[in-house]
Design a protein around this ligand. Sequence first.
Ligand SMILES: [Zn+2]
Length: 90
Amino acid sequence: MPIPLLTATATGGPLDPAQLAALAALGFLGWRLLAIWLFPYAPCWHCRGTGKHRSGRYWRPCPRCQGTGRRIRLGRRIWDWTRNTDTTRR
Ligand SMILES: [Zn+2]
């Protein structure tokens, strides 16, 4: 799929701010998608990734992440959800 922005810059035309902003947004989006794909888990915010939660004097498994210390990123959930709906429709 050719990207019009890249071909426009390749012909030697000067970059205008709108093109730069579009490129930056594209790069940011690509980085986010890559991060979601490579690192689907983020540290649990409730227990800070330890998997344990202190209640009073005792340590218990964190109720948010069931003691794993990880939570699935929101983007990954949406990704899984779209994939699941696709497979059920077929
Ligand atoms: Zn947790």
